[in-house]
Structures are given as structure tokens and as C-alpha cells.
Design a protein around this ligand. Sequence first.
Ligand SMILES: Cc1cc2nc3c(=O)[nH]c(=O)nc-3n(C[C@H](O)[C@H](O)[C@H](O)COP(=O)(O)O)c2cc1C
Length: 359
Amino acid sequence: MSLRDVLDGAVVMAPMTKGGNLPYRRLCAELGARVLMSEMTVARRLKQKRRAEFALIRRAPDEPFFGVQLAGTNPEEMGWAAALVESRGADLVDLNVGCPIDYFTRKGLGAALGRQPKRIQKIVEAMKRSVTRVPVSVKIRLGWNDSSRNYLEQAQAAVDGGADALVVHGRTRDARYRQNCDWDAIGEVATRMPVPVVGNGDILFPHDIEAARARSGCAGVMAGRGALIKPWLFREATAGYQDISANDRLAIYRRYVDLAREHWGEDEHGMARVKEFLRWHLGFWCRYAPRRPDGSWPGMQTRESLDVARSPLDVLLSRGDQAAHGWLTERLAARDDVDPAEAPAPDAPDVDREEAVEG
Ligand SMILES: Cc1cc2nc3c(=O)[nH]c(=O)nc-3n(C[C@H](O)[C@H](O)[C@H](O)COP(=O)(O)O)c2cc1C
């Protein structure tokens, strides 16, 4: 199957540090995701043989199509890393030109590369020379800030280097998540570039997918926070919107626990990891809100207050405080019953996971 066939109409699970952990990707695949991406993997750390980095490029047994995202600035090193991930079973290798974090951009990685289109071209050339089978994609933002929206230059450099596809996150580096995704800009890239373009930003409901594709003409879309808030988004993409009950949501979270326990193990060390990740995911799961009673839709960029929450379990699952997340983590990790009547009183808000995004 050609890459265009894979991406056409696809809802790709975005590369997400922490969020794209192997058991969570398996969960999303079970819920219908056909194309999934690894967490950002730093080529230099692979070269240093760091075990934690090698864990990021591991493919899940039942993963239908697995792309590995690499970050780096040195063409030779990136070529070497691309060949490595290909040999480890990746179906696609992606270059990160979007990571906004100062720690990385100061070293020239991620979004900082977007300011050096010539370097993007050189890195892609090196990656293309090193792989024998898998396609190479590049994930860009619109630019560094509003006064340097150079997405067409970045896209052209990637294509000149031989990129087989582009992913465009429709915001600048400085905007982080403060602005709405600009689907018209993504559309410009899709119209002008000869390779398939995957548009990315603010996809939360099936109608968002249709609107984004109609507006931009891109081949596929990519969901980041949407996949973290509601992993059943992938099922909705084909089956249509589902007003899923709190019990059904709980069953999905319990499935994640099963997959996480299988992955990290059930000894003390493994269970500590299971709980760490579970608690992290609860920070996104609690943001789920259904279609409003008046028929309008919650957006990704607004935080809904669930005053229409329908059952005590709905109320509990929408809580964003530390006491609720701590309690739910323990109950779910231990596969215990979750009785809202037993839940502790609300206390201070838990960490806002979006504010702490690293990708
Ligand atoms: C928790 C988290 C981690 C992320 N890590 C990465 C990453 O490793 N690589 C990357 O290219 N983008 C990363 N991103 C950005 C997403 O891939 C995506 O571009 C962004 O969230 C916009 O899509 P959305 O509006 O659907 O969330 C991350 C986003 C989140 C929320």
C-alpha cells in the first residue's frame, strides 16, 4: 500500500511525549486507530545507547502502522537513527520540526529547525539515503511566531530533501496552544506541495475531521489532545459521534490498566509506572465533555464545566482535583470497584497536563 493510500482519510494518532506510550497506543489501536506515532525520540540518545530512548521506538505487537518520530540536528546522526528505527520495525520515520520546549530549541532541535529550512533539507536527504524501505515525513509548525510564518519554505525544503509526506500543526511555536489551529494555512501547504499532507490541530469530534478536510484539502488529519481526552475518537471517526456513558468510559480506562500492567509488569516497580502513567492520563480524561444539551459542541480550546453531568460517576470522572485523581489511580490500578459514594471530597486542582506539555 502506498503512503498516500495509508494517509488518505486517516486520523493519525499524534506523536506525544508520555501520551504516546506503548500501552496507550495499543488502546487507541483497539479503538480504531490505524496509523500511530511514537513519542519524540532524540537521535543522539539512541547513539548513546540509552535504554529509555530505545523503549520509545518499540513497536506494539498489534500496531497496524507505526511511525517513529526522531529529533536531531546532525544529518549524519539522523541518517543513522533513521536506519536503526527502520531495522527495528518502524513503518515510517518522521523528523520533528515542532517541539517548542526551550531545552530542545536552544540546542537547535524541534521548532528551532523551522528557522533553518536548508538544514531541514539536509537532514531529510540524509534520512532518505539511509533508509531502504520506509517513507520519511516531516512534522512542522507554521513558523516561529506571527512575524515569521515560513511554513511554505519549511515544506518546500522538506520536499526538496525528498520527504514523502508532511504533517502541519497549524500554529506557530510561540502560540503554543493559545490560538486556534489555522486550517487555511494547512490548506496552502496541501495545495502547493506534491506530497500527501496531514493536517493537525484541535480535532475533537467527527465533525471536526470533516470540516478540517473540507477546508484544507489535506489527505488525513492528526489528533493529539483529542486522542488523550477521548481515545474512542478513532472509533467515532468511522462510526460517528457516540454519547458514551460514564460506565463505558470506565471500561476503556480499565482496558488501559490491563495493557499498562502487561507492559510494565505487576511487580512493585511495574505498578509504580502503571500508576504514574494512569494518573497522568486522568489529567486528560477528566476533560471529556459530551455534546451540549442545546446541540452545540464543546471545542478543544475551551474547558467545559460539566454542570449537566448526568450521573455521580460522570461527576467523579470529570473531576480535575488531586484527591479524585489519586483515589481513581489507586482504585483502577488495583482493578477495584469505583463507587462514587466512596470518593474523597474535592481538593486542590491537579497539574494541568496541557500546560506541562513537552512535545
Ligand atoms: C502531551 C503532549 C505531548 C506532545 N509531544 C509531542 C512530541 O513528542 N512530538 C511532536 O511532534 N509533537 C508533540 N506534541 C504536539 C502534538 O503532536 C500536536 O502537534 C499538538 O498537540 C496539536 O494537536 P492537537 O490540537 O490535536 O492537540 C505533544 C502534545 C501533547 C499534548
